[in-house]
Structure formats: structure tokens, C-alpha cells
Design a protein around this ligand. Structure first.
Ligand SMILES: [Zn+2]
Ligand SMILES: [Zn+2]
Length: 311
């Protein structure tokens, strides 16, 4: 496909998907009718940060890049929890992200801000027709597990499960009884603010890595693309703002390469490793940390692809 044809195709969005996305953004506004309690706001803050961790620690650093190891049962639990973020299935997410790294800022990149602009790289690529399906072959190392394929197919199950739990909790805490699950005060405001508001903010936190982290910030390494580093985005996304580091060397669990580059996901994964939930966490080798040239970047990319193929 030449660039013009590819651009035209990528400007399309699916009507149903777009309406769905607009509605998701509007649900929190219903809280103007129900009000919201301290419990609802606390749930929102807790769910933003905990689910950001599941997305960055597991969707990204585990399922997309395999930078550490864990057990089969724990990978299922983490996939389930990450999927409560309503960012489609775990295999869909990982397979597309691998394509992004292989083709970063070229016409084949699913979300290149350089080539397709802010809106398309931020959200348009999800609403368009091109990246709807999961490429199971592109993530065969995980699609060999039937439980993950099941989860990926029924990706609405984890968010619906979380919504139900939150509404019951909201009913009890806000309304004083489980009977207030669908009442005001009760579970409805917990659903609107606790679940939907945090989900929408989490969307834009995650999406901004695909869009503005390929435009704004500092570039330390010649990674062969437009990826950048930003401390602000690193704080908001628990470490994903060290995106240029990450594009330069994908095999490291740690994305903040230097001690001052705050990477909360890495610290939490490290703590999980102390109790044996995960292991083989990868650090950044010294010669990578202090080397910045393009040839190194290409060699590292190749080595990484070979490693994943043989794993
Ligand atoms: Zn990545
Ligand atoms: Zn990127």
C-alpha cells in the first residue's frame, strides 16, 4: 500500500465504535444527577493508579515485551485485572504493540504521530477499521494458552465484573445496604465516577504514550524513531514516560534507566519479585545505558526480535 492510500484508509473511523467511545466519555457526567461521595472519588483515584500499573506492568512490560517471567496462574490474574481497564483483550493489546515497535514511525506503524497526526495516533487508530482484529500469530507465545485466548475473546467480562463489584460496594458504603446497588445514594455514583471517570482518564494516560510521547520531550538515544522521554508523563503513567529509553532498549523491565528517572511500575514489579510472584526482572546493561548511536539501536532491535522468536 502506498502512503497516500494508507493515509486515506487510516482516516476512516467506524461509526459504532466512535459512538461507543463518545458515550463512555459522557457517562461520568451523569454524576451531576446522582452526586458523588468521598468513597466514589477514592475508588476513582485507586482504580486509575492500580489499573495503570496492570496495564504498564503487564500488558506492556510482560505480555508485549516479556521483560520478566511469572507463573501461568499469575499471568492469567494480571491479564484479567489489566483488562478491567476496557482497553480490549490482552492479546490484542500485546500483538499491536509489538507491531508498533517493529515499525515505529513508518507507514506500517499502527499509531505514528509523525505520519498520521495527533488525533489518529491518540485514539483514531482504535476507532478505525484497520486494527480491529487480534493477530494471534503475532503473539503466539501467549496465544498458546487457551485461557488467555478465551479472555481475549470475551474482553467485556473483566470490566463488567468490576462494575458489578463496585456497584454492590457503592450500595453498601453510600446507601447503607446491598439493596442500594442501583440507587442514589448508592452504587450508581460509584459506577459513574469510581469506574467510568477513572477509565476515561486512564484511556488518555495510556493513549498519550502512543501520541505525544513520540513528539514532546527529550531524546537521549538514537532509537531510529521519534520517541521521547518526559518526567511528567513518567509520573502520570507510572514510568511509561521514559519512552525513548524504552524504544532504544525494549528488553529491560526498567524504563527509567537512571536512578533519578522515577519508574513506579518497575519498583512495584521489583517488590513483587521479592515475594516470588514474578522473577527474572531485566535491568539495563551498562553498555546500553551509556551508548547512544543508531547502529547500536538497530542491532539491539534485531537481537530482541531473535530472542523473542527463539523463546
Ligand atoms: Zn513497548
Ligand atoms: Zn512508542
Amino acid at each position: 500500500m502506498d502512503n497516500v492510500a494508507s493515509l486515506q484508509k487510516r482516516n476512516k473511523v467506524r461509526f459504532n465504535k466512535t459512538v461507543e467511545m463518545i458515550l463512555i466519555h459522557m457517562v461520568p457526567l451523569l454524576a451531576f444527577f446522582t452526586g458523588a461521595t468521598w468513597f466514589d472519588w477514592s475508588v476513582a483515584i485507586f482504580l486509575y493508579f492500580s489499573r495503570m500499573f496492570f496495564v504498564t506492568g503487564f500488558y506492556h512490560r510482560y505480555f508485549s515485551h516479556r521483560t520478566f517471567k511469572t507463573s501461568r496462574w499469575f499471568q492469567f490474574v494480571m491479564a484479567f485485572l489489566a483488562m478491567t481497564s476496557m482497553q480490549k483483550g490482552v492479546l490484542w493489546w500485546g500483538a499491536h504493540h509489538r507491531v508498533h515497535h517493529r515499525t515505529s514511525d513508518t507507514p506500517e506503524d499502527p499509531h505514528s504521530m509523525k505520519l498520521y497526526g495527533f488525533w489518529y495516533s491518540h485514539i483514531g487508530w482504535i476507532l478505525g477499521p484497520d486494527y480491529k482484529e487480534t493477530d494471534y500469530d503475532g503473539i503466539s507465545d501467549f496465544s498458546k494458552y487457551p485461557e488467555l485466548v478465551w479472555l481475549n475473546k470475551y474482553y467485556v467480562v473483566p470490566p463488567l465484573f468490576l462494575m458489578a463489584v463496585l456497584m454492590v460496594l457503592g450500595g453498601i458504603v453510600n446507601g447503607g445496604s446491598i439493596l442500594a446497588t442501583f440507587a442514589v445514594p448508592g452504587g450508581l455514583s460509584t459506577l459513574f465516577i469510581g469506574f467510568f471517570l477513572s477509565t476515561v482518564v486512564l484511556y488518555h494516560g495510556t493513549f498519550s504514550i502512543n501520541s505525544i510521547m513520540h513528539k514532546l520531550g527529550k531524546k537521549r538515544y538514537e532509537s531510529g524513531d521519534e520517541s521521547k522521554n518526559s518526567v511528567i508523563l513518567a509520573l502520570v503513567t507510572l514510568g511509561e514516560g521514559w519512552h525513548n529509553n524504552h524504544h532504544y532498549y525494549e528488553s529491560s523491565t526498567r524504563q527509567g534507566f537512571f536512578w533519578w528517572e522515577i519508574d513506579i511500575t518497575y519498583y512495584l514489579l521489583k517488590m513483587m519479585s521479592w515475594v516470588g510472584l514474578v522473577w527474572d526482572i531485566q535491568e539495563v546493561p551498562k553498555h546500553i545505558k551509556y551508548s547512544k548511536n543508531k547502529q547500536d539501536a538497530h542491532r539491539l532491535k534485531k537481537e530482541y526480535e531473535e530472542l523473542r522468536k527463539s523463546a
